[in-house]
Ligand binder design. Sequence first.
Ligand code: ARG
Length: 579
Amino acid sequence: MKLRDLLSSRVRQAMSVAAIPSDCQPMVAPSKGPQFGDYQANGAMAAAKRMKTNPRELATKIVDALQLDDIAAKVEIAGPGFINIHLKPAWLARELHTTLDDERLGIDPVEKPQTVVVDYSAPNLAKEMHVGHLRSTIIGDALARLLEFQGHRVIRQNHVGDWGTQFGMLITHLQDKMDAEGGKVPKLSDLETFYREAKVRFDQEPEFAQRARDNVVKLQAGDTTCLGYWRTFIEISVAHSEEIYRKLNVTLTHDDIKPESAYNDALPGVIKTLQQQGLAVEDQGAQVVFLDELADKEGNPLPVIVQKSGGGYLYATTDLAAVDYRCHQLNADRVLYFIDARQSLHMKQVFAVSRKAGFATDQVSLEHHPFGTMMGEDGKPFKTRSGGTVKLAELLDEAIVRAEALLADKASDLTAEEQKDAARKIGIGAVKYADLAKTRTNDYIFSWDSMLSFEGNTAPYLQYAYTRIQSIFRKARIDGDSLTGAIALDETAEQALALKLLQFEEQLDQVARDALPHLLCTYLYELSSLFMKFYEQCPILRSDIATQVRDSRLRLCQATARTLAQGLELLGIEVMDRM
Ligand code: ARG
């Protein structure tokens, strides 16, 4: 149920009765404070301006025509023409009751499902996954989960980098190792070391460097021996990424991998299309598209190289082929790219060329959703003490170890196994949530202490709120899922909590539209805080509390727990019954 949409449509009807032009918006939004009611309709001011009339008078006309008797207890006009709507607690209670009858908390799948391609994670397979891949992986996965939950057809695309000149050096090194081991595939438990070894040899052994270069040519020409080594290497690297996805509770699977190399055969066609349309022209031996729409201040069009003078293709060429595939084979309505803000210009170029050349369909929405950099507490990009890149695998292990230590400090009745499970959920949840809760486009500071705190806008705080509710159910000796009693909202704290619970669906819409998961985090945090307030002010299991009141309050607990668990699941974060 979307409160906001419901109120908007009622206000719209009233505006039409008041003879306001139909393109004037009702502008309904949650109120900024309880003194302004639960929702505000602020459209009277803009409409009055358009109609050159007095806004307060116009607001009065709207209110006179407004039919909200079933929903609202009071509708008031404030200031220059704000319409404040106070909802009826009994109506809120009934609505909440209905949402609880539904497994999906009353959230219907969208009427018009779209095909949405989500491009995320996409590490380069030459190296081990490092913290630079964390944001794309976590944020992209949250959006993929959410869009799927809303009923869209989500196609995950893990556009991994598995092609390019570095692979010559890597497969040559692998070849030598395997030759030395009689053909046995070495265990590359540490891809980073393997990469470094290959690089050192490439820089120091001219004979190795020559073979590596020859192997690049052979690989690109489809030489089966070289391709065999390359595949072996890629498999090991993919297995490494998949282990990280499992640890991170990220939904990407093997089938979602659509590597750069998958587009190799399409690249000559991309160039040909661009040439035929007169978009790509030769410039110093290279094929270049000049974009007027991205010209500099002097009006010089921006050159985008799509083929190097030696005939080699570029990162952008592959992305053009990928747009074509996503639009014409996958029939995407939306393509979401979760890539570092530093690639913004690259994405602009790819989108502009795709539109001109028709790789993109007219109706597709191509969206780059950039994000900032993860910083260390020193305010510089996050590095190890010695200045190296932080491996994702090690970072996640550390998160779990730190969460274990936290739990060990608490008096708990968990078995060793339960404690281990809880530590994993808390540690991984903390890392993910700390990222998701920040406005995506900003840089953010990675801080163990703040992300693992049980206070503030953190995963442990939300997980704790959830376990707190479960412990109430245990104390009451009831199964929280099976509650069905009536809900009554007599206290202000109960009303505020119920209203927030009913706003879950409209919040999800905004997160999905703008690809901003931090809005969902803020929502869940506010929900937990309202719950804590309710819990303090409204005793539940105290012996002097009437059964009916107690049961109604337990229902509010149930609604909060279910909304928290659902919201966190959409973010890819797990809850637990005890901690
Ligand atoms: N592999 C690239 C990198 O690590 C990211 C790829 C993102 N996706 C894309 N379609 N360009 O920078």
